[in-house]
Every structure is written in structure tokens, then in C-alpha cells.
Design a protein around this ligand. Structure first.
Ligand code: HEC
Ligand code: HEC
Ligand code: HEC
Ligand code: HEC
Ligand code: HEC
Ligand code: HEC
Ligand code: HEC
Ligand code: HEC
Ligand code: HEC
Length: 336
């Protein structure tokens, strides 16, 4: 009795370890690049037969073909031969085994019998089930960083590192337009980034839903050298591309605060007006004490007379982003 209990315990422990191992394996295998290359080479015993031969007998893919032929990628021809530069087999792998034995006659005969003729998909590359790295490699064999400038930082980008592949965003067979249009980005990006969607419904927000600003105005989904996939080199540069008047330099600057606009602003949306991270006056009171102004010329009596303004500090400090004009006291107080 005791023995069988012990045995059961060992078996359970063993299964546990086995499960833990498969979990580890599933979490993220890091393979040498050559492994991924092998996955996208296709069956070595198959030959390339060309789109014509591949699809001649079969109408099933007419829509896919028509859309692809009309796309920029499908329209590229080889200079020497005049044949298409990119065809079905460029991504799906050599097709001779897939169509072996399929003739127009067979297709007709099957149709009479009510049978659907299908090619042998299993001999093609199983794109859908490839790891993300391999999926992207299918595209990158042509779209190297040099050929497509935008992709220079792809490999180190947050998306690539987190197993997002090209075809997660570029739906190859959705239609002739392979590009992701700016106005489509919000819906597409928010499908995965649902936590960000809430910000764009807040009272103060960048008008992304209205189609006036796009995710890709600020982010480059292909990877960047900056954090958070920002398109420009810093947060400030990202913002001042559109809000140029906040760029400076000014004679009186708010220390180095405006180097990062997110010291005070939320980038996407906020419950406070002007996309402020914290409502006034509390925004300012995080770093400053309040004060009373008790002379007509507005001279400050701080710190001698301390009090609280439960009002917007920017009612008076209206040039909060910087100014060239000194305050009445001859200092940089962002009053005018
Ligand atoms: C640029 C690469 C590329 C080219 C060229 C290409 N495909 Fe695809 N195809 C894909 C990818 C990626 C998928 C998988 C889509 C997914 O993940 O759902 C796919 C999926 C498919 C499917 C599965 C059904 C579907 O719509 O998802 C069929 C059928 C297909 N392709 C046929 C073709 C035919 C026919 C051609 C030539 C006219 C072709 N493909 C050219 C990349 C390509
Ligand atoms: C056999 C080479 C080849 C492969 C493989 C390939 N492409 Fe292309 N692709 C091209 C060429 C050539 C063009 C047209 C010239 C250009 O825009 O750079 C192009 C254009 C594009 C465009 C721009 C379309 C436009 O309207 O400007 C996108 C987007 C694109 N490809 C995405 C992909 C994705 C995603 C994959 C992988 C699923 C892929 N490509 C695989 C060669 C290829
Ligand atoms: C997270 C979504 C996303 C992923 C992943 C992605 N793209 Fe894009 N891609 C876009 C968007 C959005 C655009 C529209 C252009 C823009 O505003 O940057 C675009 C544009 C392009 C273009 C058009 C040319 C250009 O530079 O504007 C090509 C080519 C392209 N992508 C290829 C690829 C390839 C190849 C991969 C994988 C290595 C890939 N993309 C991965 C979203 C994505
Ligand atoms: C297929 C799902 C998917 C799509 C579509 C997608 N993303 Fe992502 N994105 C991810 C994942 C996964 C990460 C990494 C984990 C994380 O930070 O959430 C990421 C990370 C990011 C980050 C960086 C976060 C950080 O901490 O550095 C930004 C910014 C981003 N995505 C913007 C975009 C934009 C803009 C688009 C549309 C053009 C987009 N994403 C489309 C899945 C996606
Ligand atoms: C006006 C510019 C701008 C627009 C438009 C914009 N973003 Fe951002 N986004 C930023 C900035 C700046 C950050 C970095 C914030 C930080 O560092 O605190 C950021 C951060 C992110 C992050 C990372 C969030 C985190 O907590 O790490 C994601 C994901 C993201 N944005 C997705 C999107 C998506 C999706 C869209 C479109 C629906 C979008 N962004 C539109 C400027 C923008
Ligand atoms: C692509 C252009 C663009 C970029 C880049 C951009 N903005 Fe904006 N911003 C806008 C537009 C458009 C509005 C709305 C103006 C309006 O409604 O009159 C706006 C509005 C604002 C507002 C006022 C919001 C309100 O509720 O009235 C603030 C604050 C702001 N942006 C800050 C930023 C910050 C911070 C960044 C960088 C993270 C940034 N913007 C990047 C275009 C941009
Ligand atoms: C010290 C905090 C702080 C920093 C840092 C800051 N802002 Fe502001 N910003 C504010 C306040 C407060 C308001 C509201 C001003 C008002 O109501 O007069 C505002 C308003 C705005 C507005 C909308 C009203 C207007 O004046 O057009 C824009 C756009 C804006 N900021 C952009 C930026 C940009 C771009 C940066 C970075 C270069 C930045 N802000 C950095 C505090 C800040
Ligand atoms: C993240 C901290 C921080 C926030 C938030 C902040 N400030 Fe400042 N502020 C500073 C720093 C640092 C200086 C420079 C102090 C120095 O040079 O001694 C400064 C300088 C000033 C000055 C010039 C006077 C001086 O002591 O040099 C004024 C006026 C001022 N801030 C007003 C505001 C107002 C109004 C707000 C809210 C809209 C605000 N600040 C938000 C950190 C902040
Ligand atoms: C009624 C107008 C008014 C309001 C409201 C106001 N300030 Fe001031 N503030 C001034 C004037 C005027 C000065 C002095 C200007 C000068 O030196 O010439 C000043 C000076 C300052 C200074 C410089 C400190 C010093 O000792 O000289 C800081 C910091 C400051 N204010 C922060 C704030 C903050 C934070 C708020 C909001 C809680 C605020 N102010 C609200 C008018 C105002």
C-alpha cells in the first residue's frame, strides 16, 4: 500500500516536471536563425512551378490571385525575364508536390461527382503555424533593412521581440492594398492594445477617433531606437512636430521640464483638460509651494506669506512652456 502511494507520488512529480519543461519550451524557444530559415525554405524535394502552373487548373484562388496581381508587390516584374518578381511560391514555398496529379480534367471530373479538388497543402510551408520570427523572415528575405528603410530597427523593435509578425498587421490576402493606411491604424493597433483605447475616449484627448491624428504620427510600429516606439528621437521632438510653438529655446525656460512633455501631459488622453496628467493647481503643487500675490503690480511675497491658491496657477503663469519676456520682478516667472 505504502509502496503504491510512493509510486503514485513519483509519477505525479514526474508529470509535474515534464509539464513544467513543456511550458518552459512553449514560452519562447530561441533558435539559431538557420532554424527559422529552414522552416521557410519549404520541401526540398519540391520544385518551383510558377503561379501559372500552380493555379491553372483551379479557380479556388481566383480572388486571392486577382487581388495580389493588382498589388504593388504583385505588379513587380523581373527585369531579365519579365516574369513576376514576387509570386505565390515566394511566400508559400515550392508548389510542385502540392499540385502533383491535379489536372483540369481531374478537377472537372471531381466537380461532376460533387467532390472539391484540393491541392496537398501539407507540402507547402505551414505559414499560419510558424513561429513569428520565421513568419517575418518570409518577408524580410526581400524587405531587408536596406531595401525598406523603415525596417532598419525591426529586429530590435518591441514588436519583433514580442512575437508580433509582419502579417499580423499586413493582411496579405485582404485586398490589393498591402499597406496599412493611417486611418486604419487606430482600429488595428487597439485590437492588441486595448488598455490604450480607454484614453482615447477621455474628455481631453488627441483626436485619433476623429481621424485627425494617427497612432503612426507618433509611433513607428516597425521599431525605433527610442523607447515606446516613438517616431522622433525624444518625446519633445515627437510633440513639437505638430506643436512647434512649444519648442523654444526661450530666454526663460521651465528648468529642463519641457524636455519631456509627459512631465505634465498624458500623450493619449486624460480626464483633465489640456491632456494634463494631474489637475491644476495640484499639478504645480507637486513641485512648488503656493503663494499669495498681494500687491497690485503682482509682486510675490513668498515665502514670507504663504497661502493657497485653489485656482489655476496658469491664470497668471500663462506662459508655462517658456517665455522671452521677464516678469515684473525681472525674472523668469512665465507671467507674460
Ligand atoms: C508576400 C507573401 C505571400 C504571397 C506572395 C502570397 N501569399 Fe498566400 N498567404 C501569405 C500569408 C502570410 C498567409 C497566412 C495568413 C494568415 O496568417 O492568416 C497566406 C495564406 C494563404 C491562403 C490561406 C487562406 C487565407 O486567405 O488565409 C491561401 C489559399 C493563399 N495564401 C494563397 C495564395 C496564392 C494563390 C498566392 C498567389 C497569387 C499567394 N497566396 C501569395 C502570404 C503570401
Ligand atoms: C520575393 C520578394 C518579396 C517578398 C517575399 C515579400 N515582398 Fe513585399 N514587396 C516586394 C516588392 C518588390 C515590393 C514593391 C516595391 C516596394 O514597395 O518596395 C513589395 C511591396 C510591399 C509593400 C508595400 C506596398 C505598397 O503599396 O507600397 C508591403 C506593405 C509589403 N511588400 C509587405 C510584405 C509582407 C508583409 C511580406 C511577407 C508576408 C512581404 N512583403 C514579402 C517584395 C517582396
Ligand atoms: C504593428 C503593425 C506592423 C507590423 C508588425 C509591421 N508593419 Fe509594416 N506598416 C505598418 C503601418 C501602420 C504602415 C504604414 C506606414 C507608416 O505609417 O509607417 C506600414 C508600412 C509598411 C511598408 C510600406 C513602406 C513604408 O516604409 O511605409 C512596408 C514595405 C512594410 N510596412 C513592411 C513590413 C514588413 C516586411 C514587416 C515585418 C518585418 C512589417 N511591415 C511589420 C504596420 C506594421
Ligand atoms: C498583433 C498584436 C499587436 C498589434 C496589431 C500592435 N501591437 Fe504594439 N505591441 C504588441 C505587443 C505584444 C507589444 C509588447 C508588449 C507590450 O508592451 O504591450 C507591443 C508593444 C508596443 C509598444 C511599446 C510599448 C513599450 O513598452 O515599449 C508600442 C508603442 C506599440 N506596441 C504601439 C503599437 C502601434 C502604434 C500599433 C499599430 C500600428 C501596434 N502597436 C499594433 C502587440 C501588437
Ligand atoms: C500624440 C502622440 C501619440 C499618439 C497619437 C499615440 N501615442 Fe502612444 N505614446 C505616445 C507617447 C509619447 C508615449 C510614451 C509615454 C511615456 O513614456 O510615458 C506613448 C506610449 C504608448 C504605448 C506604451 C504604453 C505604456 O504604458 O508603456 C502604447 C502601447 C501606445 N502608446 C500605443 C498607441 C496606440 C495604439 C495609438 C493609436 C490608437 C497611440 N499610441 C497614439 C504618443 C502617442
Ligand atoms: C500629428 C500631430 C500631433 C502630434 C505629433 C502631437 N499633437 Fe497634440 N494635438 C494635435 C491636434 C490636432 C490637437 C487637437 C487640437 C484641437 O482640437 O484644436 C492636439 C491637442 C493637444 C493638446 C490640447 C488637448 C485639449 O484637450 O485641448 C495638448 C495638451 C497636446 N496636444 C499635447 C501634445 C503632446 C504632449 C504631444 C507629444 C506627446 C503631442 N501633443 C503631439 C496634434 C498633435
Ligand atoms: C510644467 C508642466 C508642463 C510641461 C512640462 C509641458 N506643458 Fe503643455 N501645458 C501645461 C499646462 C498647465 C497647460 C494648460 C495651459 C493653460 O491652460 O493655459 C498646457 C497646455 C498645453 C497645450 C494646449 C494649450 C496650448 O497652449 O496650445 C499644448 C498643445 C501643450 N501644452 C503642449 C506641450 C508640449 C508639446 C510640451 C513639451 C514640449 C509641453 N506642453 C510641456 C503644462 C506643461
Ligand atoms: C516636476 C516638477 C515641476 C512641476 C510639475 C512644475 N514645476 Fe515649476 N519649476 C520646477 C523647477 C525644477 C523649476 C526651476 C527652479 C529653479 O530654477 O530653481 C521650476 C520653475 C518655476 C517657476 C520659476 C520660478 C523659479 O523658482 O525659478 C515658476 C513660476 C514655476 N515653476 C511655475 C510652475 C507652475 C505654474 C506649474 C504648474 C503648471 C509648475 N511650475 C509645475 C519644477 C516643476
Ligand atoms: C494671481 C496671479 C498668480 C497666481 C494665480 C499664481 N501666481 Fe505664482 N506668481 C505670480 C507673480 C506675479 C509672481 C512673481 C513674479 C515676479 O517675480 O515678478 C509669482 C511667482 C511665483 C513663483 C516664484 C517664487 C518666488 O518666490 O518668486 C513660483 C514658484 C510660483 N509663482 C508658483 C505658483 C504656483 C505653483 C501657483 C498655483 C498654485 C501660482 N504661482 C499661482 C502670480 C501668480
Amino acid at each position: 500500500m505504502k509502496q503504491s502511494l510512493l509510486l503514485a507520488a513519483i509519477v505525479i512529480l514526474g508529470l509535474g516536471i515534464l509539464y513544467a519543461c513543456t511550458e518552459l519550451k512553449r514560452s519562447k524557444p530561441i533558435l539559431p536563425l538557420s532554424e527559422y530559415e529552414r522552416m521557410i525554405a519549404g520541401r526540398l524535394d519540391a520544385d518551383y512551378v510558377g503561379t501559372e502552373t500552380c493555379l491553372a487548373a483551379c479557380h479556388a484562388h481566383d480572388r486571392i490571385r486577382a487581388a495580389f496581381d493588382a498589388s504593388t508587390m504583385g505588379r513587380q516584374l523581373r527585369r531579365e525575364s519579365g516574369l513576376p518578381l514576387v509570386d505565390c511560391e515566394s511566400c508559400h514555398g515550392p508548389g510542385s508536390l502540392a499540385i502533383k496529379g491535379i489536372t483540369r480534367e481531374l478537377v472537372e471530373e471531381n466537380k461532376r461527382k460533387g467532390i472539391k479538388t484540393e491541392c496537398n497543402y501539407e507540402t507547402l510551408i505551414d505559414i499560419k503555424n510558424l513561429p513569428a520570427v520565421a513568419k517575418s523572415l518570409i518577408c524580410l528575405k526581400c524587405h531587408s533593412g536596406n531595401a525598406t528603410f523603415n525596417l532598419h530597427e525591426w529586429n530590435s523593435g518591441v514588436h519583433a521581440v514580442n512575437d508580433v509578425s509582419c502579417s499580423d498587421c499586413h493582411r496579405i490576402h485582404a485586398g490589393p492594398d498591402l499597406k496599412v493606411k493611417p486611418k486604419e491604424t487606430a482600429a488595428m493597433c487597439l485590437e492588441c492594445h486595448q488598455d490604450i483605447a480607454a484614453y482615447f475616449k477621455m474628455p481631453s484627448r488627441h483626436p485619433v477617433a476623429e481621424g485627425k491624428v494617427y497612432c503612426t504620427d507618433c509611433h513607428n510600429p516597425h521599431g525605433t531606437t527610442t523607447e515606446k516606439l516613438l517616431r522622433a528621437d525624444s518625446v519633445k521632438e515627437t510633440c513639437t512636430r505638430c506643436h512647434g510653438e512649444k519648442e523654444g529655446p526661450y530666454l526663460y525656460e521651465h528648468a529642463d521640464l519641457t524636455d519631456d512633455c509627459t512631465n505634465c501631459h498624458m500623450p493619449h488622453g486624460s480626464p483633465n483638460n489640456n491632456l494634463l496628467a494631474v489637475r491644476e493647481p495640484f499639478l504645480c503643487l507637486q513641485c512648488h509651494q503656493s503663494h499669495r500675490i498681494n500687491t497690485a503690480t503682482g509682486e510675490s511675497k513668498t515665502p514670507a506669506l504663504k497661502g493657497f491658491f485653489f485656482t489655476r496657477c496658469t491664470n497668471c503663469h500663462s506662459q508655462i512652456h517658456g517665455t522671452d519676456i521677464p516678469s515684473p520682478g525681472g525674472k523668469g516667472r512665465f507671467i507674460q
